[in-house]
Write a protein that binds this ligand. Structure first.
Ligand code: 5GP
Ligand code: MN
Length: 333
């Protein structure tokens, strides 16, 4: 059901207990939209908690309210109690419960009203209310729309603005991707009007790399980068051993896949990152190549037309072989 803002206002009455959830391996939009909504809801005197399935990268920790986030993986009892006791549960930046891992069954069983705010394709029909728009640049942009539609735009403040901007800016590749609309820029203007300083957020997110991280990026680009000029496909794969060698921290390979797509003639880029028992895939594409379809069809994943992810229970080596087989024999680019 689409959002009934009158009903939503009733649900978000002063004593409501609210839980905000977002997807596994949270990114800038996941954390930014969640904390942006958090800062907005606490203004109404609600009891609000943000729960994430697993930890997020350090470059997102500067956001105000971040220290109040509960991590399901490391604090299961507290998370379960919060989820069970909630009147309203928000699902932000994901639209299927398998995207929140073990948390999914807890959320499914909870008696709370479930509200989806998201911009991924094909939302599950399990939510009571949905604000789902695949044309939106980011979930953070949709949280702005949610606040505006409630008629509470005048409540926007600097904390909300910084978090929402972090989500919009990271999910649009700093306003570069085709999902960036005139409305996206208007939202940013409104956020600046309440005190957002964009360069502060850019610095906090992009100019905070460790030396090891840059060495890892350099290593990956010089030694682990394959470009198939005929098909216009870039592949970059990093093993667990290699990550350990460069003291890998969550988030250190963020953005690497974009180098793959920046090669002249590249139409699709794939980044593979080996974990203990599986390999994680990131896909990016240009134009009509639908990596959401590819990720769904062959890599247990999904996402958007030009940016998607997935995972396979294989080593890096097996994954690269499998990927090449898919590219050469199963799909047309
Ligand atoms: P990234 O490559 O940055 O991890 O993810 C790119 C996009 O794909 C994001 O919109 C993300 O939500 C989606 N995505 C990443 N991993 C998965 C996955 O395992 N399953 C699904 N359904 N979507 C994913
Ligand atoms: Mn997003």
């Amino acid at each position: 059901m689409n959002l009934d803002y009158h009903r939503i206002k009733e649900l978000l009455g002063p004593s409501a207990k609210v839980v905000i959830t977002t997807h596994r391996s949270p990114d800038g939009d996941a954390i930014g939209s969640s904390l942006g909504l958090y800062h907005f809801l606490i203004l109404n005197g609600l009891e609000v908690s943000v729960i994430i399935p697993d930890r997020d990268p350090e470059f997102l920790h500067w956001m105000r309210g971040h220290d109040l986030i509960t991590v399901f993986e490391s604090d299961q009892e507290k998370s379960k109690t919060l989820i069970n006791d909630a009147d309203v549960i928000f699902s932000l930046d994901y639209n299927r419960l398998d995207r929140i891992a073990e948390m999914g069954s807890r959320v499914e069983r909870a008696s709370a009203t479930k509200i989806l705010i998201d911009h991924h394709i094909d939302p599950a029909d399990y939510f009571n209310f949905s604000l789902s728009d695949t044309t939106a640049s980011s979930t953070a942009e949709l949280v702005f729309r949610f606040i505006d539609s409630l008629g509470w735009k005048e409540l926007l403040n600097k904390d909300i603005a910084e978090c929402l901007y972090a989500g919009i800016m990271t999910d649009t590749g700093s306003f570069k991707f085709s999902s960036t609309s005139a409305f996206t820029h208007r939202v940013v203007a409104d956020l600046m009007d309440v005190g957002l300083v964009p360069d502060k957020v850019h610095n906090a997110i992009f100019d905070n790399s460790s030396f090891d991280r840059l060495q890892l990026v350099g290593f990956a680009l010089s030694n682990k980068f394959e470009f198939d000029a005929e098909r216009g496909v870039s592949i970059i794969g990093i093993s667990l051993n290699e990550k350990n060698r460069f003291k890998y921290q969550k988030g250190d390979t963020e953005g690497l896949v974009n180098y793959g797509l920046s090669v002249k003639g590249a139409k699709m880029a794939v980044f593979l990152s080996e974990e203990l028992n599986f390999t994680k895939f990131s896909f990016r594409s240009k134009g009509q190549i639908d990596v959401n379809k590819i990720a769904r069809g062959y890599f247990n994943g999904g996402g958007h037309k030009n940016a998607a992810g997935g995972r396979l229970d294989m080593s890096l080596k097996e994954s690269i072989n499998y990927l090449k087989d898919v590219i050469e024999n199963k799909i047309t680019l």
